[in-house]
Design a protein around this ligand. Sequence first.
Ligand code: ADP
Length: 637
Amino acid sequence: MAKKQFKAESKRLLDLMINSIYTHREIFLREIISNASDAIDKLSYLSLTDDKVGMNRDDFRILVKLDKDARTVTVSDNGIGMDRDSMEENLGVIAHSGSFKFKSEMDKGENEDIDIIGQFGVGFYSAFMVSDKVTVISRAYGAQQAYMWESTGADGYTVTECEKDAVGTDVIMHIKPDTEEERYSDFLETWRVKDLIKKYSDYVRFPIRMDVEHTEYVETDEEDEHGHKKTEPVTRTEEETVNSMVPIWQRSKTEATDEKCVEFYKERFHDQDDPVAVIRVNAEGLTSYRALLFIPAKAPYDFYSRDYKPGLALYSSGVLIMESCADLLPECFRFVRGVVDSPDLSLNISREILQHDRQLKIIAGNLENKVKSELLKLMTDAPDKYDTFWAAFGRQIKYGLVGEYGMKRDLLKDLLKFYSSNEEKLTSLKDYVSRMPESQKYIYYAAADSLRTAAGLPQNEQVKARGYEILYLIEDIDEFAVQMLYNYEGKELRSVSAGDLGLESEEEKKEQEETAEKARDLLDFMKETLKDDVADVKLSNSLVSSAVCMSYEGEITLEMERYFRQMPGEAGEKIKARRVLELNPSHPVFASLTAAYEQDKDKAAKIALVLCAQAKLLAGLPVEDLSAYSEAVCALI
Ligand code: ADP
């Protein structure tokens, strides 16, 4: 019988499949099983309206048979089947299958990454990744005659008449001989095939049955030296259903309790700790999908590294499309774990198409809002749990706020929490604002590298003296986040180290200006003396009991300078805050300084040096020239 040739495009794809060095060969089984499941779907749908089908839903099943001697894997279904024409049409070309999309992707030439086969449906042809011959025996619903399609790959295929008792399809894959790189024989092992079914097809809605061997030890008549009956292994083979069919996220809340979901989470995502939140979504409408999401309590060890793989598992009606689909979550919520299942997504979908998929975008948008609202709920209903979450992922939220040019500002601003002068616990901006007295213009914050330094900053004094609360920002990312926020509920955020704290009345300001004018010469002298250390010297209006403090002017804050200093390379050297040394005019030290300036300029210069060093230390900045500092201190003593 003459062999028919595959259409040209199919040929190229086949070549790719057969010859590629390819690590995800195992997905062939998923593809063949989901074809079987589709075929059953079609017949089962028909049976709803057509009594002649004579089948109940319970009658449908997929059988997987392994034959080590013949080296075959057979997948049989009792679905709709194929006649000669549909065999020619469906198995001879790839026009409408996922394989086609895959091929167009490859043709674009930019994506020579063969790895993508593993993630998306490529259909029937994937059988050739593990087989050197594929035989399909099928009898279509309503037909008496069965047909056999057979191909050894690139050289074409044959279709002949054959016998088959019942309606349905058997796909017989003749497994390739082992090579040095690949042990194809593994696909003939029950444990391996069972694992594959569990991994990829666990939630196919029809039972996938296969022979599984069970070994039991039974007693024999013989006795051992202790007089115990000897046992011997007896292996029996039983056909069993391997897949669980209904995934936990498809079950109702009464059936899939929170405890069960938590159990599922721990097993599926390899986490020992309970998540802080379980989120269920059941969306119906234009895009229907179900999602079961989890917020972990701890960051995985590699979370803040490149190795961490964010994303949700993506299913289409119970068939795994992608283990971690990153497009389903915004970067700022990359810690969320879980699954999304939508019947509206086609199994045969390529990564590129997936990225632009409208359904997927809608789902991702909904999930983003859902995660946010669940986190807000956690914040009010279970603050302890929220704080656990915050300790693990707060940094990520702040990165999210700073990233993407602040695009996620509105999404994330309510999730922020900081320590504050008000209480020992963390506080949200919302709570802070609710406590603000009428007279308070700004939201104040003090940034430093530890809670102690932040709380001890001299410039907190005036703010506290007026009864205003101060947020303590102690992570390096904090100030960037706060600056990206700029304001919250119309209240601008202000660093206590920034020049103008908006505390004084007009009168007070005028008075300060007059004092400053009188001290003009002294301040200029200080500025000249300390010109290597500070950009300016001013009289302070934020100090009460301290003599000095260090503040800054301009965009770069002292904390940012510290942050950049830790970074390797030139940036760390170059990025410097414009430091301002502030003097408290009502402090006795200021009087001594003024006296020294009038009588002994040399002494005044030493006092300047010591005060500047003190301000640096209080701000957590290093004092570079320690010997000059200690000399000055000794001389003054
Ligand atoms: P896709 O499933 O994306 O259409 P495939 O290459 O996997 O692409 O399959 C091509 C077509 O072959 C299917 O659409 C279906 O019509 C037919 N087919 C494959 N397997 C079976 C089967 N077990 N029973 C009936 N038809 C099948």
